[in-house]
Design a protein around this ligand. Sequence first.
Ligand code: SAM
Ligand code: SF4
Ligand code: SF4
Length: 351
Amino acid sequence: MSTDPTESPEKAPDAIRDALHRPLHDLRISVLDQCNFRCPYCMPEDEFHANYEFLKRSQRLTYDEILRVARVAARLGVSKMRLTGGEPLLDKNIPQLIEGLAVIPGVDDIALTTNGMLLAPKADQLAAAGLHRVTISLDSLDKDVFRRMSGDRGDLYSVLEGIAAATAAGLTPVKINVVVQRGVNDHTVLDLLEHFRGSGHIVRLIEFMDVGNQNGWRLDQVVPSRQLLEGVQARWPLRRLDQNYPGEVARRYEYLDGEGEIGFISSVTEPFCGDCSRARLSADGVLYTCLFANQGTDLRESLRVAADDEELTDVLSQIWLQRGDRYSELRRPEVAEAHVLRKVEMYRIGG
Ligand code: SAM
Ligand code: SF4
Ligand code: SF4
């Protein structure tokens, strides 16, 4: 949780710093808010029903607008871009957007987070467009548990095909995100780890987070990473690894028997705000500086009226310079107010 400037990666001297001296390095771009799943922890079906009004195409940023924000963000220090959603692969033209991101000076890492259902037929095209890596969300290898956690929409076989296709296309290392919920899928975690041990894929076990307002979050459904770690260690001894870079979300471990790496994302029990270098752009052009923000800055107006990139750069720098977010550190499970604040929904800004 250090904010020591000497720990910054290569681009840090150029990167703008917020009020807590954190550089801006990552931009997460939500390309659309719709999804083909209804994971209860993210978009519960009773809220996101057939009549739910998602953004219309005309309300979403165009690719040109997204690329403009991305270019300006890169000038301020962003080197990592992640496409997310909703489900980003519902947008059929996404390779075009990736091509646009790939030529932005300073951008050296383009990743995509997906539920994997639509990935297999597109993996080659995505790689050819310039995508470097994918993160695939897969909560269980138990067919029934998986099905339930996708809101009765997911097909496990298709997701596994997606993982195989991404690997063959070189979108590696493939990361597999597992949201662990007590009493829902925690009993299937070791089986999932066993399956992916030795595959080169990096499984990341994520604490169920209190994002948004509609997922019925309860502290007693969070399995603390520490507890998961003990369970994994008891079966396969692990060794802690150094961070790849300051601000990395996952705590990294490797199996002592050489069968690969796993990660723990402990936003609830061991917050990591001190190094947080991420900004998030929603599909309708609102820039958020925290996953748990209750408000962001609408950039659409600036995109339309700002005469040139210089003015847009000023707008973005002001937002980042004033940033002081550290929700997870301030969170007190015993303080109810933290959870009744209206927060942005995860499907709008993509995690
Ligand atoms: N639809 C894509 C997917 O599922 O990978 C991208 C968007 S999804 C919002 C991004 C990530 O957020 C997924 O890995 C998902 O598991 C995670 N996520 C959503 N709701 C969460 C919650 N309440 N707690 C922890 N992680 C969550
Ligand atoms: Fe869709 Fe991803 Fe949210 Fe699941 S986690 S509902 S796949 S956006
Ligand atoms: Fe970053 Fe906000 Fe999460 Fe803290 S709570 S790590 S500031 S996104």
